[in-house]
Design a binder for this molecule. Sequence first.
Ligand code: ADE
Length: 350
Amino acid sequence: MGHQNPKESPADDSIRSTLSKGSVDMEEGPQFISLRPKRLDEYIGQTKVVETLKIAIEAALKRKEPLDHILFHAPPGLGKTTLAHIIAEEMGVKINVTSGPALEKGGDLLGILTHLEKGDILFIDEIHRLPRVVEEFLYPAMEDFAVDFIFDKGIHARSHRYRLEQFVLIGATTRAGSLSPPLRERFGIFRTLDFYSEEDLARIADRSAVLLDVKIDDDGAGEIACRSRGTPRIVNRLLKRVRDFAQVRGDGVVHKATVQAALKLEGIDEKGLTVLDRKFLKTIIEFYKGGPVGIEAIAATLQEESDTLVDVVEPYLLKIGFLTRTSSGRKVSEEAYRHFDLPIQQGLFK
Ligand code: ADE
């Protein structure tokens, strides 16, 4: 095999030096290594979103004002949480992290809001899953930096207005369509993150390989990139499995063949499809003649949550054109049949 030289460049030192500042304490031995970029300049991909954020952050810092509220929409693993942490770092403020399902009552949110200092970030993941009562609580908090809390019921009811510090809400959602319009409209910045290109994913694999102290060649990084479903989180997950494989069964370097052998064990195919992706497509093909079929029927056949299928499985299959969504349900495309080398009934795609 003609492998290129594994990567080791001056840039590696600068990546490592960022790491040594925070994440590894040599006295205490190896620790958890964060692969997440800490600053916008380290962030690979999503160039338009990054540019928007750089401008908004620089302007807010110049004016010594907090940022506008920000909403990120994307499938899981594309960087919503990472960006929220980076924004906090760039603004020099604290970040308080919670999620829609964790906030059950108005009081849960009140406790958090009243402890925020000026400029602090409140990050709410899965914001589309906020209970209605909590969401309504959030409107005046976002708009007027105040909350109205009602004590007692009926004729004894008393309302008290709490003043809040001017905080920044960053919301993250996999379902922009499930957010109520009044909530959506209260965000000054609303950005959708796209699946990453293979070039960007390969660069992320190279960067993470430096942090994980494993050598990788160009073909190795490219092979991880094209099997990562457009998703940095998957790049990093696969890289760790491939690193294990390279160190135990290989020469310690991540080559294309190492990736192929390691990912065969993980059940990940050449397109990056997982066992669940393939079960999803094959269910539609084998039980529903390729569709159209409703998501609840597929979920029942697969015995999976329909939310998992809609949020995790479908977005990438739609993106690569293996699946289409029509008014009468989901349909598998001709390309998907070809990927599985399955016979196509006559007239199915005519
Ligand atoms: N690790 C995970 N996501 C990343 C990104 N977008 N840029 C750099 N490193 C990453």
